[in-house]
Design a protein around this ligand. Structure first.
Ligand code: GLN
Length: 309
């Protein structure tokens, strides 16, 4: 039985909130420090269009690393698998999401996977368009279609706060440019990437995007295939193997669903053929995942038997 009432979800959120005291909001992007560490909200979107929620689900959250799934989908639709995987690999790293070490030590020059920063930068590089504006516009149009929300945009303050402090991502770009993985102006790529990470939506929209992946790219409400099946499956597989950074293995055991987190405290979950999940809880654990969100998903998985394994 899936979680089916607001009351049930509220009870789980209340229980999960007990761990918030052990978390901390991200501070390496200065604008993210403004978030309230006590927040934890969640929405679930079902294929029949019904949704349930708990907490303040109307506040906007920036996608941060959750955007990596969406740019991967668009780049695959733009350029095809062969081109994308000539620039990025398939394997989990076991390192923090912003680590540079494997670029130097692994045999191939390619970043290991599209869910770490290096891999995501290589994927964003592939988004088609004549200018940063056009590429961003195409990405926004794609995300608006997935969420069914024309109002989705990016938070300019968060984007410029990250851009100004993005020296590690800058270093990743230069490293990859040296090896020919990317060949565009690094500042332009960072401009696009930081705006991509600052795209914002509320938990309800996030759960709706999660549902599209859960349904293999099809929007069951509008009865439209928005992402090709094979692209949606590929993205979901990366969500399982690399979606929660270097906690993906433990998450697969404790929760067992395709999911992707971001340092804003967002988590998008896709329970295959059942429902999409959007969570916002800005207090993070030491790896950078929403501490309350992880707990909530664990409780949901236990109670509603969500594991795909
Ligand atoms: N914008 C963030 C960064 O590149 C995204 C990282 C994340 O959410 N883990 O550092």
């Amino acid at each position: 039985m899936p979680c089916s009432t607001n009351d049930e979800l509220n009870a789980l959120v209340k229980e999960a909130k007990k761990v918030l005291q052990y978390g901390k909001v991200a501070d390496y992007i200065p604008a993210l420090q403004k978030a309230n560490a006590e927040d934890l909200s969640a929405a679930i979107f079902y294929p029949n269009g019904r949704c349930i929620s708990a907490g303040d689900i109307e506040q906007n959250i920036t996608l941060q690393s959750i955007s990596k799934v969406l740019t991967l989908a668009l780049a695959l639709m733009d350029c095809g698998e062969e081109k994308v995987f000539s620039k990025v690999g398939y394997e989990p790293t076991g390192d923090p999401f912003n680590s540079i070490i494997k670029l130097e030590t692994s045999q191939s020059a390619k970043p290991l996977n599209p869910m770490i920063n290096a891999g995501a930068l290589a994927v964003t590089h592939l988004i088609k368009g004549e200018s940063v504006e056009e590429r961003l516009q195409r990405l926004l149009d794609f995300i608006r279609a997935l969420a069914g929300d024309r109002a989705i945009s990016y938070d300019g303050e968060v984007a410029s706060s990250e851009y100004q402090t993005a020296d590690l991502n800058r270093a990743l770009c230069y490293y990859m440019r040296k090896d020919g993985i990317i060949d565009e102006d690094v500042e332009e790529l960072l401009d696009l990437y930081t705006k991509q990470c600052a795209i914002q939506m509320d938990c309800l929209d996030l759960s709706r995007v999660g549902l599209i992946f859960a349904m293999d790219g099809r929007d069951p409400v509008r009865e439209k295939q928005l992402i090709p099946v094979e692209v949606a499956r590929l993205c979901k597989t990366f969500m399982v193997t690399c979606g929660m950074y270097n906690a993906s293995g433990e998450f697969a055991i404790r929760v067992g669903i395709p999911a992707k987190s971001g340092v804003s405290g967002g988590i998008m979950g896709s329970v295959p053929n059942r429902f999409g999940i959007g969570i916002f809880g800005p207090a993070l654990d030491e790896i950078g995942n929403s501490i309350g969100g992880m707990k909530l998903l664990e409780l949901m998985s236990e109670q509603y038997d969500l594991s795909i394994f």
